[in-house]
Design a protein around this ligand. Structure first.
Ligand code: NG6
Ligand code: CA
Length: 497
């Protein structure tokens, strides 16, 4: 009889706890962030000729934003904005990092901290590029502050970029696989004891540099900066995609019983483009296309993991990119020569580094099986808005003042949108307001000599009406004086706030 009662009680206890755990479990959030992936690079956007079937499946079953923006036309500032919900031009340190100290202050509000406060597990796998340490870094001991000091419980990162030293992974503050007997030294100023460099030893290169990347040679590729030692810790470029994917999958498997936030920060299609041999030649567009095919495959694999673990119904996935596309970003890799009819920027003008639309108008997709219904939305949303929107979605009170709560837009594709957005490219800013874009006068080249990207700079004001002229061909500054004055006022107001 006692036995019978025990069985009865335990049956109800199990029922009770399983009901509690599904009801109370807040949704997992995964941000999949590509590096330099253009609006036109995702085939779901129907712009270019490249095929991304795995991203498309998510995009076509989720909300495909066609007016979604990164904060900036380069990496570090966009990542700063995404992770802090603050405009990067408010922080003079939020510039492209090359061995810099950490850009995010450890006292700042951050997205991972917001999740942690709400009992989430938080993890980052992939590219960091937000600086590390608070001065000279010693790679042979604990590197801090870093992602773990701004809210990530787990971090497995590439410190800056694939084209910058050190070419090693860092796990929770320590260089992975570092042999104590072969210390790692890094400098961005001078070489170590006559180590080979791209400039001196071009015969050692498997990929030739075009501009800028002529220092230390690792795996036949010369990089930005010098390094010496740490041989066992060097990453394999062609395995990087698989490596990060496996880490991201393990993170999911290790945290599937809790609510988790995963920032899966992919390295593709940033230079140097080094597809695994099984993706070589798959796009017909050379390495740039091939690594996009590879990234698409990785996203498909990550999706499968969530599907196999029955996590899709409780996971909100966001896919986006840190800035617009670029073809030649410093190596001879056939990106220009083999582009064919593909249009990485789609119909938009400019690309990476540009104040024109394609600098920051990037693929932007939200997906949540069973919750989000397929929709296209041309409403204006920025990655800065993910802070307050995700905070609302997980019922947190933590908000920032630059971020808008566009949670309804993110989950339903309707409702409030942004009216104004400051765009940033290499420290220069512009205003997007409703259908209009205002670019103040800036000195400097209109087209970058090296990358051949139109940077959006001009000696006079530029004003574009995106409704009638999405490709920003006609500058209306002289014709629409009233509109120009109105936008200058709004721009000055937002910038000085
Ligand atoms: C630039 C590099 C470019 C790329 C970029 C950062 C040169 C000449 N150019 O300085 O190749 O690494 O920095 O890209 O060195 S980002 O997407 O991470 O912002
Ligand atoms: Ca980038």
């Amino acid at each position: 009889m006692i036995n019978q009662n025990l069985k009865f009680i335990s049956f109800f206890l199990i029922l009770f706890f399983s009901a509690c755990s599904t009801e109370n479990k807040k949704p997992n959030i995964i941000i999949i962030y590509a590096d330099d992936l253009g609006f036109g690079d995702v085939s779901a956007y129907n712009q270019g000729t490249l095929n991304t079937p795995n991203i498309d499946r998510i995009a076509n079953n989720g909300i495909k934003f066609t007016n979604g923006h990164s904060s900036s036309a380069t990496c570090s500032p966009s990542r700063y904005a995404l992770l802090t919900g603050s405009y990067p031009w408010r922080n003079s340190k939020a510039k492209i990092s090359t061995g810099a100290s950490m850009i995010i202050d450890t006292n700042q509000k951050t997205l991972p901290k917001m999740f942690k406060e709400n009992n989430y597990s938080t993890g980052i796998v992939g590219k960091w590029h937000l600086g590390l340490g608070d001065g000279q870094i010693n790679y042979n001991s604990k590197i801090s502050p870093g992602p773990n000091e701004i809210g990530f419980d787990y971090s497995y990162i590439m410190p800056d970029t694939q084209d910058r030293v050190p070419t090693v992974y860092i796990e929770d503050g320590y260089v992975k696989n570092l042999d104590k007997n072969d210390p790692l030294y890094v400098s961005f100023k001078s070489n170590f004891d006559n180590q080979p460099t791209g400039k001196k030893n071009p015969e050692m290169l498997t990929m030739k540099w075009h501009h800028g990347h002529f220092n230390s040679i690792i795996n036949g590729i010369s990089r930005i900066g010098f390094m010496k030692g740490g041989k066992k810790a060097h990453w394999s470029d062609i395995d990087m995609a698989d490596h990060f994917l496996n880490k991201a999958k393990s993170y999911i498997l290790n945290n599937k019983n809790k609510s988790f936030f995963l920032f899966y920060s992919m390295q593709q299609p940033h230079v140097p483009r080094t597809p695994h041999p099984r993706f070589k030649g798959k796009s017909g567009m050379g390495p740039r296309g091939d690594v996009i095919v590879e990234a698409d495959w990785c996203i498909g694999e990550l999706y499968k993991t969530l599907e196999d673990e029955n996590l899709l119904e409780n996971t909100l996935i966001i896919i986006s990119s840190d800035n617009g596309p670029v073809l030649n970003d410093g190596y001879f890799d056939d990106a220009v020569e083999k582009i064919g009819n593909h249009t990485p920027s789609g119909i938009y003008r400019g690309g990476k580094y540009s104040l024109f639309e394609a600098g920051t108008r990037v693929p932007f997709i939200s997906y949540w099986k069973g919750v989000i219904k397929p929709k296209n939305s041309d409403k204006l949303i920025s990655q800065i808005d993910l802070f307050n929107s995700l905070s609302s979605i997980i019922k947190s009170e933590i908000k920032t003042s630059d971020s808008y709560d566009l949670s309804e837009l993110l989950l339903k594709g309707v409702g409030k949108e942004r009216e104004e957005l400051i765009l940033e490219a290499s420290g220069k800013t512009a205003l997007k307001y409703q259908n209009w874009v205002l670019i103040p006068p800036y000195k400097g080249k209109a087209v970058s000599t090296y990358t051949n990207v139109e940077l959006g700079r001009s000696n006079s004001f530029q004003l574009y009406n995106l409704k009638t002229d999405p490709s920003q061909k006609v500058n209306l500054a002289n014709q629409k004086k009233e509109k120009l004055t109105e936008l200058i006022k709004i721009y000055n107001k937002v910038i000085s706030n």
